[in-house]
Every structure is written in structure tokens, then in C-alpha cells.
Design a protein around this ligand. Structure first.
Ligand code: C2E
Ligand code: MG
Ligand code: MG
Length: 694
């Protein structure tokens, strides 16, 4: 646009009209609002259609109006400073919001350009207005989204890094706390500077391929340690360029939890030793190596001999302590390369990967025997546990893991059978031992079915007055080949195989039936003591069965006394409930073999107990030293708690004299009467009913 054209004063000639018309056409076709104002009068000399329209004028009516008239007083107020500046000869650009007469809101950019005559005097000003609404809105949206992003970036614990071709342009606070850097140390550096050398290639590939999938890699903390991270990146297009936004999550905690879960799945929680499944894995590896190197390997199977007693009498917590201690001792006795695992319960398994000679296994077994058998302090007392150890050798006793474990296991049983606290090597004849046990189990089952058990009865007498105060029922097995067998020969076996349950049921029924039968024959019958094994006692059904037997045989509950060992009287609510129910039924409770358990004795006050039976091991030498002290203490304890005290195994007159002197209530033993079959017992010991009452 020529600066001289808008001079309206030059009107008149044909050329001028032509050029006016050309100007008008041009001005009306550009997408810009155009106007020209005279500097002296500030009146509009020219406006294109768009300018006139947008201010509510026509191209003719606008001419001669002042700026204020054209745009209205309010807008004038807003732009007056700009106008003053252009009148001062300055080129001015500004942008402002504009409300169109139709109510539309637009954003415009205004350029005010001073116009000078050739002489250099200011004669007017051009106004060029561009509608930048669309551009403005895009920019505003961008600003808002950046604002949102910034807020989000500061609020999240996920690290965010912006980079372009690897060069970091921005980071959020979370990245700084994950990596331990301050912002200035990161901006402008390459992202790979924060990745450990061995992971750089992988990260570089990820960046180069503009990948957007989640991947895990380690990043470097300022102090040099590696931080496990989960990373996902996105490509963002901006200003015609590709930027990368990297979101980085610190997964240290998750990794730690995963490692812990993995550890727990492979280790025994109590002892921290490898568990059974991890053991199998490691044994496979060990055997593979032994096969390759053609060396001898050994498996030692360890079972603790008296763990159950400790566990039952001192409680599970003490049992756990014991297992931990034993695990520690076993580990301490072996080399790091040896494998030690808890196999379950009180069983441990040890694998020695490379024996110089089979004799090495003997040396290790001896060492284990001595470290495990050393006394240990548990709950303020000295406990002794011993191991039974079975040993199998690779390749002599088997080629596979399972085979070798089975062999070591059966060797362990032989060690138990030969008196415990020792070790045995596997020998093929051991599997015959297993067959024998099986045969024994089936004959014992048959014995139950064939009625091969018989009861013998032993009398108990009151020390004062010598009256028959009770009877103990003792079972025997009339074996078709071996004759009459004592309980020691089959009760432990029956307990181990669970067969004590049917046997115990038969015993209870038979003893109660006998009481009733004797009564029917006219005898006075005192209370009948029946031995109840731990397994029987722990069964839910016990109380119901006792009640049933009483009603079936027609005796009174008061005729019955259950003999329990200390290991039954574990401190828990089930024990307490069961004893309470038996007491309500009217059955008496005696503690058998008293003094041989590891009990804390606190149960004596808590549980409804009627009688203590001092174990015969304390009576054998009762007239001398220690045993006298123990027996005396038990008698006094019983008296203090209001319990009857009976001494078992009284064989000699001086024992009886001592017990009488100490105030023991009852005695049982060969001195006064051996266990006898029912008929003989009645003849020797039972008085006729009327006689006893007298
Ligand atoms: P226990 O309950 O302590 O029974 C007492 C044991 O001492 C009996 O042995 C008895 O014969 C024996 N005995 C009695 N007086 C003397 C004596 O003066 N000197 C000696 N040296 N021993 C004497 P038995 O009959 O061999 O029973 C052994 C154990 O077997 C019993 O010990 C009891 O624990 C268990 N038992 C017996 N019958 C049954 C039963 O029906 N069920 C259960 N679960 N266990 C039973
Ligand atoms: Mg008994
Ligand atoms: Mg006893």
C-alpha cells in the first residue's frame, strides 16, 4: 500500500479513481482489517470493509469519524495509550479481546504503524488488525495443558523427564528425589548419564526406536547405587519437533517384596533353612555335579528323638525355639558348600556333595550327634535332645534324589530302632525292615478284630488303713505265636500308627464292663483307672465316647478315672474344655508317670485334676538322696493343691515305710499286688459288697 494513496484531499482525477478502486478491491480481499487515520484530527480517512463491518460501520459512513467514535468510548479508553504512542511516531503492536456487535468474542492483534510524509512529518497512522482468535485459543489450550502437566508432574511420585534426542530439558521433583540430584545437575545432560553402563545399550535402543512400551531397568542414584525402575516413554510433538516424556517409577519396594516372597517360597520360615521344594532343586544340581565328577555324595536324614515330648509339654513356642537352635547347630557343624534343609516337623536333611571317602559321612554324623545332643537351655531349664541319623550314599544306594532320600529315611528308622541317639548307614536289608513293620501293622489290626487283647488289673491301696482304694486296667496282647505281650511291645507301635484308637476304645469298654460284671457278682469295686494315650485324648470324640461307654455298661461316671500323661496337659483351650467336660461328667483325672514330663506344673492349679501318680523311676531308690527329695516334694505339692498322691512301682517294704512317713496317700506295686487277670484279681483283692462297706 503506497503511503500516499489514502490522501483523500487528492481526489478528482480519473487515475486517482482507478487507483482508488484497485486499492479498495485489494483492501477488501485481504483477511485483515485495515484503516487509516489522520494524525492531526484523528479522523478515519479510509477503512476496508472488514474494519468498517467489525466496528458496525460502512466503508463510507466510517470516513470522517474519530477513533473514539469508531470504536466506542469504552474501547477507546482501553487503547488510548497505544494511540498516543503511535501519534508519538512509534510502531505499536498489541493484542486484545474484542466483542463483535454480533456478540462474538474474538482475540485480535493490532499493529499501529505511523505514516510520515516525504518531508519526515507524521501525517497519519495505519491500523492493521489480524484476527488471531484461533491461534490464541490453541496457544491458550497449550498453556493450560502445560500448566496441568506441571501440576501433575509435581503432584506425582513418578519421576518425569523431558528430553530431546537424549538431552534432558526438564525433570519433575520426583525424579530428583529418586536419583538424589538437584535440577541443575540434570538439565542439559544426556539421559544415558543416569543409566548404569551395562544397561545403556538397551535403553539407547528403546530411545532410538521411539518405543512406548513399559520396561524395567536400573537407573543410577547420585551416590552410585542402582535404583530398580519401571520406565515408560511417550513421544510428544511440539513446535514441529519430537520430544520424549519419560515416566519413571522407583520399584525398589516391589523388588524387595518380590525377593522376600521368592525367599519365603523356598525357605522354611522358622529356621530360615531351605525348605523341601528348594532342597529338591538343589539336590538335583548337586547330584548332577557328582555324576559329572564321578565322586561320592551322601544324604543324612535327621530326626530328633524326643522333640514331641518337649513340644507337648513345654508348648509350641519352646518347640520352635528348640528347632531353631538345632538348625543353627547343624549349620555351624557343616561347611558352606553342604546343603542343610528342614524336611518337615523335626526332620532335617543334609547333603554332602563330595566325600573324599564314605568315612567322611561317619565323621560328619558323629559331629552332628555331639553338637545336637549338647544340653540346651529352654525356658529356664536344661533340655536334652538327641538325633537319630540315617545315611545314604550316592551312587551306592541310589542314582536319583528320591531314591536316596528314601534310603536315608529308612536308615534313620533303623537308628531309632537300635536305641536312638545314633546313626546308621542304609543297607538293602532295611527295606525288609519296612516290610516287617507292615506285617506287624496288619497282625495288630487282626488282633483288634480277633479279640486277642486281654485286660489285667492291678490293685492300689491306701497307705493308711490298707484298704483297696483303686484298680488300674492294663492291657496285654495274647499273640498267637509269641504268647502274652506286655504293652511296651505294641502300644508305642500302635500309637505311631494310629491303631491305639480302636485298641483304646476296646480297653475302655472292657474295663467298664468288668466293673459292672464284678458288681453284678456281688463285689465292692473301687474306682477303675484307665490309661488314655495322647492321641486318644486329643480326639474331639473322646468325651462323647466316655459318656457312651458309661451308659452302655451301666456304671457310674464316678467309677472311672482316666490316667493322662503330662504331655496331654498342654496349655490350650481345647485341653481345658475337654477336662472341664470330663469333670462335669463326673469322671476323675489322674496324672500318670508324674515327674517325667517337662511340664511347668502350672496346669495343676488350672485344670480339674484329682490324683498324681509318682512315676516308678522316682520310687525305685526312694529311700536315698535325690529320689527321696523328689518324691517328698511331689507328695507335698499334692497335699498343698488338695490332690491325692499315689506312688507307682512300690516293690519293697522300706519304700512303703518311707512313703507312709511322708504322707503319701496310695501305693501301687508288686509289693501289694501284681497285675492279674480279672477272675484272679477278684478272688485275691475284691471284698464282697457288704464287707467292704463295713
Ligand atoms: P503305667 O500306666 O505307668 O502302668 C504301670 C506299669 O507299671 C504297668 O506296666 C505295671 O505292670 C507296672 N508295674 C506295676 N507295679 C510295678 C512294680 O512294683 N514294679 C515294676 N517294675 N513295675 C510295676 P505294664 O502293664 O507293662 O504297662 C506299661 C505301660 O503301658 C503303662 O504304664 C501304660 O503307660 C501303658 N499301658 C498299659 N495299658 C494300657 C492301655 O490300656 N492303654 C494305653 N494307652 N496304655 C497302656
Ligand atoms: Mg497308668
Ligand atoms: Mg505310670
Amino acid at each position: 500500500m503506497s503511503p500516499d494513496i489514502p490522501a483523500g484531499q487528492q481526489a478528482g482525477t480519473h487515475e486517482r479513481r482507478a487507483s482508488d478502486s484497485l486499492l479498495r478491491t485489494l483492501a477488501d480481499s485481504v483477511p485483515v482489517s485495515i484503516a487509516y487515520f489522520d494524525s492531526a484530527t484523528q479522523k478515519c480517512l479510509f477503512a476496508n470493509r472488514q474494519y468498517a463491518d467489525s466496528n458496525g460501520w460502512t466503508v463510507d459512513s466510517i470516513v470522517g469519524r474519530t477513533t473514539e467514535e469508531v470504536i466506542g468510548a469504552q474501547a477507546w479508553q482501553a487503547i488510548e495509550p497505544h494511540v498516543l504512542r503511535v501519534l508519538g511516531g512509534e510502531r505499536v503492536t498489541y493484542s486484545r479481546a474484542l466483542e463483535l456487535p454480533c456478540g462474538d468474542r474474538r482475540q485480535i492483534e493490532v499493529n499501529l504503524i505511523p505514516h510520515f510524509s516525504t518531508a519526515g512529518a507524521q501525517i497519519g497512522a495505519f491500523v492493521l488488525i489480524t484476527d488471531i482468535t484461533r491461534h490464541f485459543r490453541v496457544e491458550q489450550a497449550l498453556r493450560e495443558s502445560e500448566e496441568r502437566l506441571r501440576k501433575f508432574a509435581t503432584a506425582t511420585t513418578e519421576g518425569m523427564v523431558f528430553h530431546q534426542h537424549g538431552v534432558i530439558s526438564d525433570v519433575n521433583d520426583a525424579v530428583l528425589s529418586i536419583l538424589g540430584h538437584v535440577r541443575d545437575e540434570m538439565i542439559g545432560r544426556h539421559t544415558l548419564d543416569f543409566v548404569p553402563a551395562d544397561a545403556r545399550e538397551r535403553v539407547f535402543d528403546y530411545m532410538r526406536s521411539a518405543s512406548e512400551f513399559l520396561f524395567e531397568c536400573e537407573v543410577l542414584h547420585r551416590d552410585g547405587h542402582r535404583v530398580p525402575a519401571e520406565i515408560i516413554a511417550r513421544t510428544i510433538h511440539r513446535d514441529g519437533q519430537n520430544h520424549r516424556l519419560v515416566v519413571l517409577r522407583d520399584i525398589t519396594e516391589r523388588r524387595r517384596a518380590e525377593a522376600r516372597i521368592e525367599y519365603l517360597a523356598r525357605h522354611d520360615a522358622l529356621t530360615g533353612l531351605p525348605n523341601r521344594s528348594f532342597l529338591a532343586e538343589r539336590l538335583e544340581g548337586m547330584l548332577a555335579l557328582a555324576r559329572r565328577r564321578e565322586v561320592v555324595a551322601a544324604i543324612l536324614f535327621i530326626d530328633l528323638d524326643n522333640f514331641k515330648t518337649v513340644n507337648d509339654s513345654l508348648g509350641h513356642q519352646a518347640g520352635d525355639e528348640l528347632l531353631k537352635e538345632v538348625a543353627g547347630r547343624i549349620k555351624g557343624a557343616l561347611r558352606d558348600a553342604d546343603i542343610v534343609a528342614r524336611f518337615g516337623g523335626d526332620e532335617f536333611l543334609i547333603a554332602l556333595g563330595d566325600l573324599g571317602a564314605p568315612g567322611d559321612a561317619t565323621r560328619v554324623a558323629n559331629k552332628l550327634l555331639s553338637v545336637i545332643s549338647a544340653p540346651l537351655a529352654l525356658g529356664g531349664r536344661q533340655i536334652y535332645v538327641t538325633p537319630s541319623i540315617g545315611i545314604s550314599l550316592f551312587p551306592r544306594d541310589g542314582n536319583e534324589v528320591d531314591e536316596l532320600i528314601r534310603a536315608a529315611d529308612s536308615a534313620m528308622y533303623r537308628a531309632k530302632d537300635s536305641g536312638r541317639a545314633g546313626f546308621q548307614f542304609y543297607s538293602p536289608s532295611l527295606s525288609e525292615g519296612a516290610d516287617l513293620a507292615l506285617a506287624k501293622e496288619s497282625t495288630l489290626r487282626a488282633a483288634t478284630a480277633n479279640g486277642e487283647f486281654v485286660m489285667h488289673y492291678q490293685p492300689q491301696f491306701a497307705v493308711e488303713g490298707g484298704r483297696l482304694s483303686g484298680i488300674e486296667a492294663l492291657v496285654r496282647w495274647r499273640h498267637p505265636q509269641h504268647g502274652l505281650l506286655a504293652p511296651a511291645e505294641f502300644i508305642p507301635f500302635a500309637e505311631a500308627r494310629g491303631m491305639i484308637i480302636p485298641i483304646g476304645r476296646w480297653v475302655m469298654h472292657e474295663a467298664c464292663r468288668q466293673v459292672r460284671a464284678w458288681r453284678d457278682l456281688g463285689y465292692a469295686v473301687p474306682r477303675m483307672g484307665i490309661n488314655v494315650s495322647g492321641l486318644q485324648f486329643r480326639r474331639e470324640a473322646l468325651v462323647g465316647e466316655v459318656a457312651q461307654v458309661i451308659s452302655e455298661t451301666g456304671i457310674a461316671a464316678a467309677d472311672l478315672e482316666l490316667e493322662l500323661t503330662e504331655s496331654c496337659l498342654v496349655d490350650n483351650s481345647a485341653t481345658s474344655d475337654k477336662l472341664g467336660a470330663l469333670r462335669r461328667l463326673g469322671v476323675a483325672i489322674a496324672v500318670d508317670d508324674f515327674g517325667t514330663g517337662y511340664s511347668s506344673l502350672s496346669y495343676l492349679k488350672r485344670y480339674p485334676i484329682d490324683k498324681l501318680k509318682i512315676d516308678q523311676s522316682f520310687i525305685a531308690d526312694v529311700c536315698a538322696g535325690d529320689q527321696a527329695a523328689i518324691a517328698t516334694a511331689i507328695i507335698q505339692l499334692g497335699r498343698a493343691l488338695g490332690l491325692r498322691v499315689l506312688a507307682e512301682g512300690v516293690e519293697r517294704a522300706e519304700q512303703l515305710a518311707f512313703l507312709r512317713q511322708q504322707g503319701c496317700d496310695d501305693v501301687q506295686g508288686y509289693l501289694c499286688g501284681r497285675p492279674l487277670p480279672a477272675a484272679q484279681f477278684a478272688q485275691v483283692h475284691l471284698p464282697p459288697a457288704g464287707f467292704a462297706d463295713a
